[in-house]
Design a protein around this ligand. Structure first.
Ligand SMILES: [Zn+2]
Length: 398
């Protein structure tokens, strides 16, 4: 049951083209999920009239979103023409700002990367913005279509309505009118969101079937910090001014961490679970000054005892945090993203054991799984933000 929100009445009423637009989105999403498919299969699955499906598919082909890719097998009658998402041209531009690097990429409608540029994120905000604009202007100059929305993922809290980045703790950047800065200069629409929310969106479209097939899951990003994106009842749950999902800053116990959270705290979950925390633990145990988490994970895979101890302490706290999320929100799945998933086979049993031993009540268990979004999940998150207007009902995300 969803309450009608009268404050957004003009976005809630059905207009003469509403039914067709919703049906077109259903058909497009069906093709994305089950491609290659045929008009007959879509009609069977959606129970829409065959003629309606044909007309919607024709529109989608004309808009360059779908294409015919060949003849399929017959299930009795005429052999069907198969349909897939169009992959020929840029449909998305993603800007992924992380504390260390900024990556800008174009992708097709299926989220496949076509062109990619990376450069360090400078603590000087103006310098970072001018680098972003320089790359985006070059990309814009090459676009064949000018109806692309730019999706931007940032490691901080974002008011999704105004597109203002409220706070990025790593750099201390506050009240950054990022959407306005980019859209004014580039004259393209821009959607900005928190990195973990963006990952949750990407998981809901491009993740493994056990994630994208459920109505509620939580994406946990273990990176320089710790972010969580809540996908709740088929949409991203944002809370007041987009600040939901800041579980990285929940206080756990009265133990003080040796690592400082990005907010400056020592008792936040993030102070115990982040790549920074793992590096600190390893450096303390081994008497080193390593600053590359990949190197510590390499050592773990080679069986280095100190690296193993450091990582498993992080995993222990990660399990504790996840148990709290499950008790509070009861998701069907918790999906872990970030470089730590390289060690998934090694850490999974311990993580699951920690979660189940922490939860004392008899509540439905959530499946805990690793993200399949690859090395750069936040980039695919930014690309997903770019694709929102093509795949989602407006009220799903914006
Ligand atoms: Zn904190």
């Amino acid at each position: 049951m969803r309450k009608i929100d009268i404050r957004t009445a003009k976005d809630q009423v059905a207009r003469s083209d509403t039914i067709r637009n919703i049906n077109k989105l259903v058909v497009l999403n069906y093709i994305r999920e089950f491609e290659p498919t045929s008009r007959a299969e879509i009609a069977r699955y959606t129970a829409l009239q065959r003629s309606t499906v044909s007309s919607l598919v024709t529109s989608l082909i004309e808009e360059g979103l779908v294409k015919e890719v060949g003849i399929g097998k017959s299930s009795g009658g005429r052999k069907p023409m198969l349909l897939e998402l169009s992959r020929d041209e840029e449909a998305a531009i993603g800007v992924d700002i992380t504390p260390s690097m900024t990556t800008i990429a174009t992708a097709n409608l299926a989220g496949e990367i076509l062109e990619k540029h990376s450069f360090p994120t400078f603590a000087d905000r103006e310098k970072t913005v001018s680098n972003i604009l320089r790359v985006l202007e070059k990309i814009k100059g090459k676009l064949r279509k000018n109806n692309i929305q730019i999706g931007v993922s940032v490691p901080g809290v974002v008011d999704d309505v105004s597109g203002v980045v409220i706070y990025i703790p790593f750099f201390g950047w506050e009240n950054w009118k990022l959407r306005e800065e980019l859209s004014k200069r580039l004259e393209l629409p821009v959607l900005v969101d928190n990195d973990a929310n963006a990952i949750a969106l990407a998981e809901s479209w491009f993740g493994k079937s056990e994630v994208r097939g459920v109505k509620s899951f939580i994406a946990v990003l273990v990176a320089e910090g710790l972010g969580t994106g809540i996908f709740f009842d088929g949409q991203i749950y944002r809370g007041n001014k987009g600040a939901a999902g800041e579980f990285g800053h929940m206080t756990i116990g009265k133990q003080r961490s040796d690592t400082t959270c990005s907010c400056g705290g020592r008792y936040c979950l993030e102070a115990f679970v982040s790549n920074k925390a793992t590096l600190n633990r390893y450096n303390k145990l081994a008497g080193k000054a390593e600053d590359d988490i990949e190197k510590v994970f390499d050592l773990v895979l080679r069986g280095d005892k100190k690296a193993l101890e450091a990582v498993f302490e992080t995993v222990d706290f990660l399990g504790l945090g996840i148990a709290n999320l499950i008790v509070g929100l009861s998701p069907e799945v918790v999906v872990i993203a970030g470089k730590i998933t390289r060690l998934w086979n090694l850490i999974q049993p311990t993580l699951i054991e920690k979660v189940s031993s922490t939860i004392k009540q008899k509540i439905p268990t959530a499946k805990i799984t690793a993200s399949t979004l690859g090395e750069n999940p936040t980039l695919l998150g930014a690309i997903s933000l770019s694709l929102v207007k093509k795949f989602a009902k407006v009220d799903l995300v914006v």
